[in-house]
Design a binder for this molecule. Structure first.
Ligand SMILES: C[S@@+](CC[C@H](N)C(=O)[O-])C[C@H]1O[C@@H](n2cnc3c(N)ncnc32)[C@H](O)[C@@H]1O
Length: 209
């Protein structure tokens, strides 16, 4: 079991310089999907290689994983995928004005670190402040996807997002994935593990209204 990285550690106060979308992607006008806590980025590699009409951006707090992922992007000459290292809460805050971009269609939080102890809840990536920033910067109709195998974390994330009146939960049954960032329902690494262990998966989709 890996040790979770504490995002509140002062090591993550500074964030790297984030390039413009024009520098990140060959065609910055494509629809953009952001995956927060993307680990080594396997999920995003799978998506970027099959859906070349979308851009994908991953944020991850473990620097080594981001370095390796960036190297892989260069080696494979992938032009619709970019990785940023750092604490997503800080990056989204700093990056705020850049998110006011009509191309950002969706954000995913896949199997975030659960931080089980109550005194560690502040380390969870979904915080009211983050959701507030997103609600101020995401366009109407854009989506947030959450997924976890930890029921308590799911309830916490659902409470945090639902208490922001700019986000409304949508019925998963009616959701048409074919036009989403993930038309073929690619699974994340953690999701494959959880499915293999036959554990429950809890998920919701929210729309910015
Ligand atoms: C349990 S892993 C899930 C990885 C991947 N999303 C998946 O589904 O396989 C959670 C990831 O989120 C990253 N993470 C946790 N807090 C973060 C934060 N504040 N900012 C960016 N990444 C974070 C962790 O380092 C870890 O790689």
């Amino acid at each position: 079991m890996r040790q979770h990285v504490n995002p509140l550690s002062k090591n993550f106060n500074e964030i790297e310089k984030i390039p413009s979308f024009m520098e990140m992607f060959d065609d910055s006008k494509l629809n953009l999907h952001l995956d927060i806590g993307c680990a080594a980025g396997e999920f995003l590699f799978d998506l970027a290689l099959t859906n070349t009409n979308w851009n994908y951006l991953g944020i991850e707090i473990r620097e080594r994983l981001v370095k390796t992922a960036k190297l892989k992007v260069r080696e494979r000459e992938i032009h619709n995928l970019y990785f940023v290292f750092g604490n997503a809460n800080k990056i989204v805050d700093d990056f705020h004005s850049k998110f006011i971009n009509k191309n950002l269609k969706s954000i995913s939080f896949n199997f975030p670190d659960p931080w089980f102890k109550k005194r560690h809840y502040k380390r969870r990536v979904i915080q009211p402040e983050l959701i507030n920033i997103l609600s101020n910067s995401m366009r109407k109709g854009s989506l947030i996807f959450i997924k976890t195998d930890v029921r308590d974390l799911f309830e916490y994330m659902n409470r945090t997002i639902s208490s922001n009146l700019n986000f409304k939960k949508i019925d998963k049954k009616d959701f048409n994935y074919s036009e989403s960032f993930n038309p073929s329902k690619v699974k994340t690494s953690r999701e494959k593990y959880v499915l293999d262990k036959k554990l429950d998966i809890f998920e919701n989709i929210y729309i910015k209204i």
